[in-house]
Design a protein around this ligand. Structure first.
Ligand SMILES: *Cc1c(COP(=O)(O)O)cnc(C)c1O
Length: 301
């Protein structure tokens, strides 16, 4: 955000159905988030909604590949390129996922990844920004290290940040990277098992991939029909020692962002209210996932 010169008076378009870390950086630089609704099937930002919110102040769009499921990047890039708007992908949950054979995070001006403990691979904390503009990427590297001009020793020509990944964390990240393929295969397998085992339960539905998308399925999440009480399902599963998590609450439900809600964001709310994230850890076994499926089937029969 800072690197692209986005600041006060600028607007950034983002979906309201995401983790808070997608949105806070917009406010850090003094810009205004403009929230748009998601597609009811993919749970990702709706390109038509983006178009309807663009104006002269719009400086960037942040597509979030939610739970690993790639956004419709060709449509989003076309909208952005036609109007000279930046695209910053939040590819945190979609490490290894592809859209039309190309990795998520490599479409926009920048792709952002987190290596927090709950992600597919971890360094304990911190993250990564990728992009193909070398000058910008070098400048980000400089900024995150207190804007230190190493040629001149401790000389700081700009206001920088302490956002660097330590060498120890980076080393851990490299070792984790070697395991990514193995972790990704497990995530995809668990998603397949859930889909297969729960396919004959009418009141359960899954997040859909758009055409050309190959999700990383960081988390497998389901939606229940309106008549099913998600909290009851969650507490019944907990009794069976199955931990689950509700979907992300729309960001506009939080006090700092409540006054920025315009429109109903109907799909964001519907998905949040009817959704549940199922156990998807690479530390689970196939038997664990089957146990979860049996439990859900038992509850809904
Ligand atoms: C985890 C996550 C982030 C990054 O969170 P950090 O706390 O900065 O590591 C960003 N966006 C999404 C969608 C996430 O799930």
């Amino acid at each position: 955000m800072h690197e692209l010169g986005i600041g006060k008076g600028d607007e950034v378009i983002v979906s309201a159905l995401t983790f808070i870390a997608t949105v806070n950086p917009i406010v850090y630089v003094g810009a205004t988030p403009v929230f748009v609704d998601v597609n009811s099937q993919t749970w990702n930002i709706d390109p038509e909604e983006i178009k309807s919110k663009i104006n002269k102040k719009t400086k960037a769009i942040i597509p979030v590949h939610l739970y690993g499921n790639p956004c419709e990047m060709d449509k989003i890039m076309e909208i952005a390129e036609e109007r000279g708007i930046h695209v910053i992908e939040d590819a945190t949950e979609s490490l290894g996922a592809k859209y039309k054979k190309k990795y998520t995070g490599t479409f926009g001006n920048a792709g952002c990844f987190s290596f927090n403990g709950n992600k597919t691979i971890t360094t304990g904390g911190g993250g990564m920004v990728v992009g193909n503009d070398i000058v910008r990427m070098d400048h980000i590297k400089f900024l995150v290290n207190q804007a230190r001009d190493e040629a001149k020793g401790y000389y700081h020509p700009e206001v920088g940040f302490n956002y660097r990944l330590t060498n120890i964390e980076a080393a851990l990240g490299l070792a984790q990277m070697e395991k990514l393929e193995n972790f990704s295969e497990k995530k995809k397998l668990y998603n397949q098992i859930y889909r297969k085992e729960l396919s004959d339960i009418e009141c359960v539905s899954f997040q859909k991939e758009s055409e050309g998308a190959e999700s990383s399925w960081w988390l497998t999440c389901v939606r229940f029909d309106k008549g099913v009480d998600v909290n009851v399902i969650q507490s019944e599963l907990k009794k069976r020692e199955i931990p689950t998590r509700r979907l992300f609450m729309p960001v506009t439900e939080f006090p700092p962002y409540a006054n920025l809600k315009n429109g109903t964001l109907k799909n964001c709310h519907d998905i949040y209210e009817t959704g549940l994230c199922l156990p998807s850890s690479t530390r689970n076994s196939v038997e664990d996932i089957q146990y979860v499926c049996e439990a859900i089937k038992g509850l809904l029969k």
